[in-house]
Design a protein around this ligand. Structure first.
Ligand code: SF4
Length: 328
């Protein structure tokens, strides 16, 4: 069996508002193996991006805080190492591609300078070597005229090109783990397919592990080996992509899959899960999905289900699969 690149145990990240603490990530545990693509899927606000930010050490205190857990990467707990060590790991061993390249790139620095920076800092390349590598990387992510592109500023390039540049920066130091937060959301479908192809190629050629955050089940089906479904800060189901798509167990996963558009389907025929995500400030000791669930039982309103192993690697947090529970 392949080794785990990262192991996260019981991670909890809260944000503090005047009304109280929002449990954005609530007791989340996950593993990513070498060369594996894990997708975290769920609606906005389910905690998927905050999980990624927690791994990268990007949760800003005092408004946010990782309050509990362990993030183990190559024998080190990222939550307890000092800031300098974390900075060395970030951008070198773990890199991140953000959703909005335009707001992630510095508008006053050339593309070349921004690709060269991590190469000089982490790989200790000279300026000349870094420039040569920057040109190779621009070519590698499929952009023509790389010598000219490295002299350009972000506003001179299209959204698709900027996202490729973000990928070039992210892979420049051969990370072991690449975190991509909705990397294709702002792009049209043709460019989206090209970016997904590129991520697949990076994984195959370099055995890079990928953690992909998305709300798009089409993207998950294209690229995932393993899928984690989050709802209101908690993992409600996880499993190998085929298991999960063919035999979804949790009513929320089933609803998400039913609401996936099918080619030729009329907009008005598209299924949507009834109701709303609960207010994060008003969560109780219940299944957080109970208000929207057609299978809701009395136990669901008073006790929270925990993740329960099913066949293979699949796990589900739902009282329907617990033995001895009254289905009343
Ligand atoms: Fe529905 Fe109950 Fe399962 Fe929650 S625990 S998803 S309310 S059946």
């Amino acid at each position: 069996m392949k080794n785990n690149v990262i192991e996260i145990d019981h991670l909890s990240t809260y944000f503090y508002t005047e009304e109280g603490a929002v449990k954005a990530v609530n007791d989340v545990s996950l593993r990513i193996r070498e060369g594996e693509t894990v997708c975290i899927v769920g609606e906005s606000g389910c905690g998927k991006s905050v999980t990624a930010m927690s791994i990268m050490g990007l949760v800003e205190e005092p408004s946010g805080k990782v309050v509990d857990g362990r993030i183990h990467f190559e024998g080190r707990d990222l939550l307890s190492i000092d800031k300098n060590e974390l900075r060395q790991i970030r951008g070198n061993d773990i890199a991140m591609i953000f959703q909005e390249p335009m707001s992630s790139l510095n508008p006053v620095l050339t593309i070349g300078t921004q690709i060269m920076e991590p190469l000089m800092e982490h790989q200790k390349l000279s300026k000349k070597e870094a420039r040569k590598r920057a040109i190779e990387l621009v070519e590698l992510v499929g952009i023509s005229r790389p010598e000219q592109i490295v002299e350009s500023y972000p506003h001179e390039l299209s959204g698709g090109m900027l996202q490729r540049i973000m990928i070039a920066i992210a892979i420049s130091c051969h990370p072991k783990l690449l975190i991509a937060d909705e990397p294709t959301t702002a792009l049209d479908v043709t460019i989206q397919a090209q970016i997904l192809d590129m991520l697949r190629q990076i994984k195959e050629e370099s055995n890079t592990s990928i953690l992909l955050i998305t709300h798009d089940l089409g993207v998950v089906a294209e690229i995932a080996d393993y899928v984690i479904v989050m709802y209101s800060g908690k993992i409600v189901e996880e499993g190998d992509v085929v298991e999960l798509f063919e035999h979804p167990k949790h009513p929320y996963t089933q609803g998400l899959l039913r609401s996936k558009p099918i080619i030729g389907q009329r907009q008005e025929d598209l299924y949507s899960i009834p109701g709303q995500v609960p207010n994060p400030l008003e969560l109780t000791e219940s299944c957080y999905f109970h208000d929207r669930c057609e299978h809701c039982m009395s136990v669901c309103r008073t006790q929270q289900p925990v993740l329960h192993p099913m066949a293979g690697r699949q796990k589900v947090a739902c009282w329907l699969y617990e033995e001895g529970v009254s289905h009343g």
